[in-house]
Design a protein around this ligand. Structure first.
Ligand code: UD1
Length: 367
């Protein structure tokens, strides 16, 4: 049983479902959608773009405070697991749905696999960090995407026979998208020329939940948009906050910045791939830009994905305006690190995961 709830989960679950479908001789799979994200732009469009089969079960939980959202997912998912009796539940990433379902599964004595295990920002003010630590501590199978994850789990005392270094399922989707992205008309629709614009995405509570921080973001976008045109697909959380603090007009008044609705997967991949640079606070986009070789400036003080900084094209810039301006100038002068793709980010992580689960659960010799 696979669980997905929020936008980044759909990108990770798609290649897993595709791969497990090749093992129909041994696996019967089902997909549970928690409903953490529910707008068409945050959910349905990803099912279409990534060709994900419709969920077998939908929990329709919606947006609430962390405790209420987590609790509602747990109550609804407990009923599902009790009725369906899966042999294994697979959760991905670090969102509230991931942790809520992990707690349910473990308490019911069902085996749990976590895809994207071991990542740590060491910043407990991030809800995702709590979700990662809890989910990893409960999992029977920990599938790790980058080398830092192995080190983190070892330090936390997780038994090495539970840990499998498999690579990155997000990059499986990205490589799959490479074959389909030709269909996207996003550059024409937005009247953009390759490598002549930058892309912005911001939605972390630390960046968008206070007016002080939003004003700093506004300054950053003003400075960067004086150097290059920016396209900014706005996350619903951010839109709500921009409205609340009266900043939408201020942003739309910047001549070289365009706000759009959130984009579908193929359109966003195309937009990112052809851009000159990306400014983000997303985890997944740090990885995708590294795999695409596109310069990425991450508006955070830390990252749980250090391989993107060590090997890839990512630079942590926080909200340091001077540093950001310097980095953008260097990128525009082609004077920026090239980066290389981290180990095993090769499009076959899901294949490795299905193989390991098949070997360990299905093909294990009876004692
Ligand atoms: C969640 C994840 C985050 C992930 C992000 C990707 C957690 C703690 N956070 O953050 O790790 O990077 O998704 O998008 O799980 N909303 C809508 N429509 C939707 C979904 C949300 O309007 O379909 C609005 C609601 O006003 C909601 C707000 O966005 O209150 C936040 O949604 P929520 O799922 O709680 O967290 P995200 O900020 O999206």
């Amino acid at each position: 049983m696979f669980v997905a709830g929020a936008r980044p989960n759909f990108v990770k679950i798609a290649p897993l479902l595709r791969e497990f479908a090749k093992h129909r001789d041994v696996f019967k799979t089902s997909l549970v959608h928690t409903g953490q994200h529910y707008d068409f732009e945050m959910s349905g469009v990803f099912f279409q773009g990534l060709q994900i089969p419709a969920p077998n079960i939908h929990l329709n939980v919606g947006s609430h405070s962390h405790a209420v959202q987590t609790a509602r997912i747990m109550i609804a998912f407990e009923k599902v697991v009790t009725a369906e009796k899966p042999d294994l539940v697979v959760v991905v990433g670090d969102v509230n749905s991931t942790m809520a379902c992990a707690l349910v599964v473990t308490k019911l004595g069902v085996k749990l696999a976590h895809v994207e295990a071991g990542l740590r920002s060491f910043d407990r003010t991030m809800p995702e960090e709590i979700n990662r630590v809890v989910t990893d501590s409960l999992s029977d199978y920990l599938f790790v995407s980058e080398e830092s994850g192995l080190k983190n789990l070892r330090r936390e005392g997780v038994s090495s026979d539970k840990v499998h270094f498999v690579g990155n399922v997000m990059i499986d989707s990205l490589i799959w998208a490479g074959k389909h992205v030709g269909k996207s008309k996003v550059l024409d629709d937005l009247n953009l020329t390759e490598k002549e614009y930058g892309v912005v995405t911001l939605h972390r509570p630390a960046n968008v939940d206070s007016d002080r921080s939003l004003l700093e973001i506004y300054d950053i976008l003003r400075i960067v948009s004086e150097k290059i045109e920016l396209i900014y697909p706005v996350h619903p959380r951010t839109r709500t906050m921009l409205k609340k603090h009266g900043l939408i007009k201020k942003l739309t008044d910047l001549t070289n910045l365009r706000l759009t609705e959130p984009l579908g997967y193929l359109d966003f991949v195309k937009l990112m791939k052809e851009s000159r640079l990306v400014l983000t606070d997303s985890g997944g986009i740090q990885e995708e830009t590294t795999a695409l070789g596109v310069p990425c400036l991450t508006i955070r003080e830390n990252t749980e994905r250090p391989a993107t900084v060590k090997h890839g094209t990512n630079t942590l810039v926080g909200k340091d305006k001077q540093k950001i301006a310097r980095c953008v100038t260097n990128i525009l002068r082609e004077n920026f690190k090239q980066g290389k793709v981290p180990a095993l980010w090769d499009g076959t992580a899901s294949q490795r995961i299905a193989g390991i689960i098949r070997d360990q659960i299905v093909d294990r010799p009876v004692a």
